[in-house]
Design a protein around this ligand. Structure first.
Ligand SMILES: [Ca+2]
Length: 295
């Protein structure tokens, strides 16, 4: 008598999101199975039609289309870890949203070797900077400029009074040849962050009187102490986390200044004196002796 024993399908041991490009959007979901399965049977291109990656936010449901399924070990006949590569099409509605906190569900149908039970992913994507905005209060006094930095997700410990901006951020600029040049010195001397707006938004004032422009780009320093990490899973930023240009308004027309404002974030910080009006006077040209008409 011949007895056939059917091996149960592999189940999900873990499903983890990735943002390998560091642009704040998910570009990979990594699935770990409880046992190796045939790479040829699962990772063939038609398989993408049978795999659904779906993210449900509070307001919408976003399908995340696949472009490829790849085994972790190139060339292997069997593997237990596969990369579901997600489309980075900018026309997708979710492209405009930060996704590093998303935890989509994965469903795989039509493969005897793999369970068809839906599985939620865990957050494996580190935070990135999503937006940097400079607010000008007095065009004659850059030390009153306020910089607001929004991250792509909540942080475990947003930088505050104990951190300096130049210890948290890198500042980059594109030179005339299109090459990146790093210059963190533009933040030197700013002693702390002035305000933590919420878990993903912080502010500081350009108390060093330097002029931050839209030519400067911010990125997160990787490996900073205290480390920047997301609140969900303590994921650190990628080394290649994206560089975001400062949104700085054009120089506004001269106007009456705001009332004096505080520059700092701790005890003992005084008020800045703001001049009542900003006038730039050009020296009067004196007439030379030749220009004096006689008679
Ligand atoms: Ca995250």
């Amino acid at each position: 008598m011949c007895v056939h024993v059917r091996v149960p399908p592999a189940a999900f041991a873990a499903v983890v999101t990735r943002d390998t490009s560091g642009d704040g959007r998910l570009d990979r979901v990594e699935i770990h199975l409880t046992r190796p399965v045939s790479v040829a049977g699962f990772a063939d291109s038609p398989a993408t039609d049978n795999v659904a990656v779906m993210c449900r936010t509070r307001t919408s449901v976003y399908p995340l289309p696949l472009t490829d399924i790849a085994p972790r070990t190139p060339g292997a006949a069997l593997d237990s870890v596969f990369y579901l590569e997600l489309s980075g099409d900018v026309a997708l509605p979710q492209y405009v949203l930060p996704q590093t906190a998303w935890t989509p569900t994965v469903t795989i149908d039509g493969f005897q070797d793999i369970t068809s039970v839906e599985h939620a992913s865990t957050d494996g994507a580190g935070p990135v900077i999503w937006r940097v905005t400079k607010t000008v209060h007095d065009i004659c006094d850059h030390s009153t400029d306020v910089v607001t930095v929004m991250f792509s997700e909540d942080l475990a410990n947003p930088p505050g009074a104990a951190s300096t901006p130049d210890s948290v951020f890198q500042v980059w600029r594109l030179d005339d040849n299109g090459n990146w040049v790093r210059d963190d010195s533009i933040l030197a001397g700013i002693v702390c962050f002035g305000k933590v707006m919420d878990l993903h938004t912080v502010q500081f004032t350009m108390s060093n009187n330097r002029n931050l422009t839209s030519k400067e780009y911010f990125a997160i320093r990787s490996g900073v102490v205290p480390a920047i990490a997301d609140n969900a899973s303590m994921n650190a930023p990628n080394v290649n986390n994206q560089r975001v240009p400062v949104s700085a308004p054009d120089d506004p027309a001269p106007s009456l200044p705001d009332p004096p404002r505080s520059h700092g974030c701790g005890a003992g910080v005084g008020l800045a004196l703001v001049p009542p009006i900003c006038l730039r006077l050009r020296p009067r040209r004196r007439r030379s002796a030749r220009q004096i008409r006689v008679g």
